[in-house]
Design a protein around this ligand. Structure first.
Ligand code: NAP
Length: 335
């Protein structure tokens, strides 16, 4: 293997991402230096925040530089190694590139834990990002109590499906807000949520007035915009809002389309309370242990939406911003 395929950032998008914002091509793989290894990427994680990483708004990591390979979480197999302690065949995951082969010195990579009965895609898809995000964002930030009403937006997605199920395990009454009847059926019939609001066909505020006339104890916020506003207006006294994301606003360029304080709630970790999953890195083993146990006992289901082929990375990413993914979006880069 002497060449690799890679996506590079050509320019910062204005609004929604378009094809010309990236360049996809092949290039020689550099010779390994001492202390480096060559990783063959099995799966690439596609995540809403990748729109943030290529923009120039306030963010929690340095943005991707123009001309640089696009950044993404990956899991792969070491094919060659000149790094002590990293053997050929080792499965590593971490901060990588949109590429089929990556040369790395190991910075940002760890061995992916393995769990009996859980596939590689489910392990990578759950434990690298969305699982810890759901686990700490709900349990640590919102402290759900039995009998409380929990509302979660983007409910059928990577994070949302796990948040709702943990809420049920903690005795909450869970109302999901996904888009479309198929996703509604999935969260109520397969995941056990108590109720669903299909925001694409009904008015969210009216539906909440009907389903939760006394108000909402916990809102797990992932989408921003009118859905957020409808839920926020119906929070109970002493309610908690876990600000995980606001995907409807990632492609927006007009400053006046969101309340000026809202972005800062997530990025500056203000009260009512924003968080970034990486804040909890030291406690990931706790999340892994509990999430894996729930998965292995059948109490937690995680759905992956797996696409094929590195050339489809960009079109797959675009699907996140219109809800054309169904579950945690992954790309199988090599078999
Ligand atoms: P996901 O939910 O699997 O996919 C994104 C979903 O967002 C889409 O499937 C779509 O679902 C929904 N969506 C897209 N545009 C929308 C709009 N205009 N209005 C309402 N809903 C819209 O993605 P995920 O990876 O689990 O991430 C979910 C959220 O969590 C994102 O905001 C992400 O940035 C955030 N996040 C935050 C952290 C953190 O550390 N704070 C970590 C991971 C993820 P529907 O079909 O239901 O509309």
């Amino acid at each position: 293997m002497s060449t690799r395929h890679v996506w590079r950032l050509a320019r910062r998008p204005a609004g929604s991402i378009v094809t010309d914002d990236f360049r996809f091509g092949s290039e020689p793989i550099p010779e390994l230096c001492d202390g480096e290894f060559l990783l063959r990427v099995r799966y690439l994680s596609l995540d809403p925040a990748q729109r943030v990483f290529i923009g120039d708004q306030e963010q929690f990591l340095p943005p991707v530089e123009l001309g640089a390979p696009m950044f993404g979480l990956v899991v792969g197999v070491v094919e060659k190694s000149r790094k002590e302690g990293i053997a050929v065949g080792t499965l590593l995951s971490g901060a990588g590139e949109w590429a089929d082969y990556i040369v790395s010195d190991g910075t940002g990579f760890t061995e992916l834990p393995t769990f009996p009965g859980i596939s590689l895609a489910a392990t990578f898809g759950t434990f690298s990002l969305v699982g810890p995000t759901a686990y700490f964002g709900l349990l640590d930030i919102a402290d759900p109590q039995p009998g409380e009403t929990l509302v979660v937006s983007a409910a059928a997605g990577g994070v949302g499906q796990i948040v709702g199920q943990i809420g049920k395990l903690k005795g909450c009454r869970v109302i999901g807000i996904p888009g479309g009847p198929e996703k509604c059926a999935f969260v109520t019939e397969q995941l056990g949520f108590d109720a669903c609001i299909d925001y694409k066909s009904v008015n969210v505020g009216d539906a909440l007035d009907h389903l939760a006339p006394e108000g909402v104890d916990i809102y797990f916020e992932q989408v921003g915009g009118p859905i957020r506003n409808a839920v926020m207006e119906r929070m109970k006294m002493f309610g908690r809002v876990s600000v995980c994301g606001m995907i409807s606003e990632y492609n927006v360029t007009h400053a006046d389309t969101q309340p000026s304080y809202w972005w800062a709630i997530m990025m500056r970790r203000l009260t009512v309370r924003g968080f970034i999953f990486d804040d909890y890195r030291a406690r990931f083993p706790e999340a892994e242990k509990n999430l894996a146990a729930w998965m292995q006992s059948g109490q937690l289901t995680t759905r992956q939406d797996i696409r094929q082929g590195l050339e489809n990375a960009l079109s797959s990413l675009q699907d996140l911003y219109s809800g054309r993914n169904f579950g945690k979006l992954l790309l199988e880069v090599t078999p």
